[in-house]
Design a protein around this ligand. Structure first.
Ligand code: SF4
Length: 499
């Protein structure tokens, strides 16, 4: 099917990934691959095929700077090998130094999928056990459940004030019949996505399937809106009337350092400069501040703090410090003065972020995302939680796992002879996918050998499936053993699993 409608709650499969690039502006992952330190095999093999704005995350990992990864799981069934892709992505980012968050989207499961709370409890536990068994470190990272997380709920409420019904209607097709809880689960999900940045803005990646892209786009929009809102709020709290920017500039031209004796006057200038500067021109404020600093320096004085109406004085001081740091770190030689001032949008935004976060507002960066391919079902078609034969659950008896692989559809030819002549169609083979997505682990050589032998006609499906089935059995045995081992870890993580 050519269906590229992106519906996070639908069952449509996204068959034509190229359209995602063209119509939805998702970028090809290959283009950032080089910038990723120790890329995961899912990245190297093109299973992770697309991204939005992943570069800042890659750079942060590269430079040991703060970054975060977050993904959520809707506990509507047992976790299966398709979910393992997302587990792997979260864990890999955690191992590269990102703050890692995994959440149970229980509100969404209840409101969008109608799951009962008992079912949700049981599935949630299973998801978390598999995540821990695969290597998630709960002490370094955070596991939580949407409904039990007060801060997420508060943030959801704030975000809800920035979104309206028409918008959700346009994005998700909500109509007059859509229940309010479903809408609430959407804003909660927005809060989840932005939650890693609550303390401090940082590049954050959300690994998802492409069907979840509408959520990512809305979250990116809301992040921008919260930012603008908070900036203007921060300006408004300075205790001053706005003045013409060129008046401020002119004023500075004539300024005598002696005037800086008056603390209030100094504050006024700083605040005026900030008040005057729209977001896109925060650099202007930076420039003015810089000239204040120069003059202060000339006068042998320390800069002082602006007086504001902020209830949190410390936050104000931090904001001022952040601006000073930003200015002092600025290497660019500005031409002339305010009017001739030009600043790169990125730089201006960076300054804006520093001001916001330190003034206690939301300084969200638009979150980034990466997209992985869906696994093909073992019986052909889409791998689906509701069709047991189409997937292998991480809880499947290892023997059942073995048998499911043995009875899987392949990309093989009608006869062994034809296969030897023409080679198999590895690109269309669910069994090959098992090798590439899971069974080869980190061993690229092995995955490549299977592929080459298949398309070269040296590999026949019977043996190939036998090998895959055995590997699957081993994987499940091993995984389930680890699940038992991490039971305690789960308890220690003190996650509220009861609703
Ligand atoms: Fe698939 Fe293996 Fe057959 Fe190739 S040989 S088509 S990879 S099962």
């Amino acid at each position: 099917a050519d269906d590229v409608a992106l519906d996070p709650w639908g069952s449509s499969s996204v068959s034509d990934y190229r359209k995602l690039f063209e119509e939805f502006g998702i970028e090809e992952f290959d283009e950032v691959l080089e910038e990723v330190p120790n890329p995961h095999y899912l990245m190297r093999r093109g299973v992770i095929f697309g991204h939005r704005d992943y570069r800042p995350v890659a750079r942060a990992l590269q430079n040991d700077e703060p970054a975060a990864v977050l993904s959520g799981f809707m506990p509507t069934g047992d976790p299966h090998i398709g979910h393992k892709l997302v587990f792997d992505e979260i864990i890999w980012h955690q191992q590269q130094g990102a703050d890692a968050y995994a959440l149970i989207a229980d509100l969404e499961a209840n409101s969008a999928r109608g799951m009962s709370w008992d079912e949700i409890d049981e599935h949630a536990r299973n998801y978390l056990l598999s995540l821990l068994a695969l290597g998630f470190d709960p002490e370094a990272g955070e596991l939580y459940r949407q409904s039990a997380h007060r801060e997420v709920q508060d943030l959801a409420f704030d975000l809800g004030a920035e979104a309206n019904f028409s918008e959700l209607q346009a994005i998700y097709g909500f109509d007059g019949e859509t229940d309010v809880s479903h809408m609430q689960s959407v804003v909660t999900q927005m809060a989840d996505i932005l939650y890693p940045q609550l303390e401090e803005p940082k590049p954050t990646v959300i690994p998802v399937g492409p069907d979840q892209d509408p959520h990512v786009r809305l979250a990116r929009d809301l992040a921008e809106r919260m930012r603008f809102f908070k900036v203007s709020e921060a300006y408004a709290s300075f205790e001053l009337e706005p003045v013409e920017r060129d008046l401020v500039a002119e004023f500075y031209e004539r300024l005598d350092p002696a005037e800086f004796d008056d603390d209030t006057l100094r504050c006024v200038h700083v605040a005026e400069a900030l008040e005057e500067a729209p977001l896109s021109e925060l650099g202007v404020a930076a420039d003015i501040l810089r000239s204040v600093l120069t003059k202060l320096n000339e006068a042998g004085m320390e800069p002082i703090r602006p007086r504001t109406r902020f209830s949190d004085r410390r936050a104000t001081e931090k904001a001022f410090d952040a601006l000073i740091d930003a200015i002092e770190g600025e290497k660019r030689v500005y031409e002339n003065h305010v009017d001739a001032f030009e600043i790169d949008r990125d730089e201006a935004e960076e300054l804006a972020r520093q001001v916001e976060v330190d003034t206690g507002g939301y300084g969200f960066r638009p979150p980034s995302s990466i997209y992985h391919r869906f696994m093909t079902g073992l019986t052909g078609g889409k791998m689906s939680s509701s069709i047991p034969a189409s997937h292998i659950s991480l809880l499947d008896d290892p023997e059942d796992g073995y048998n499911k692989v043995k009875s899987a559809t392949t990309g093989g030819r009608e006869t062994a002879e034809e296969q030897r002549q023409k080679g198999g169609k590895a690109d269309e083979c669910p069994v090959y996918e098992l090798y590439a997505y899971l069974l080869s682990g980190d061993d690229d050589e092995f995955a490549k050998r299977v592929y080459d032998e298949c398309v070269g006609g040296e590999r026949l499906c019977g043996d190939c499936k036998e090998q895959a089935a055995q590997l699957m059995r081993e994987f499940l045995e091993d995984h389930q053993e680890k699940r038992d081992e991490v039971e305690e870890l789960l308890e220690a993580a003190e996650i509220e699993l009861e609703s």
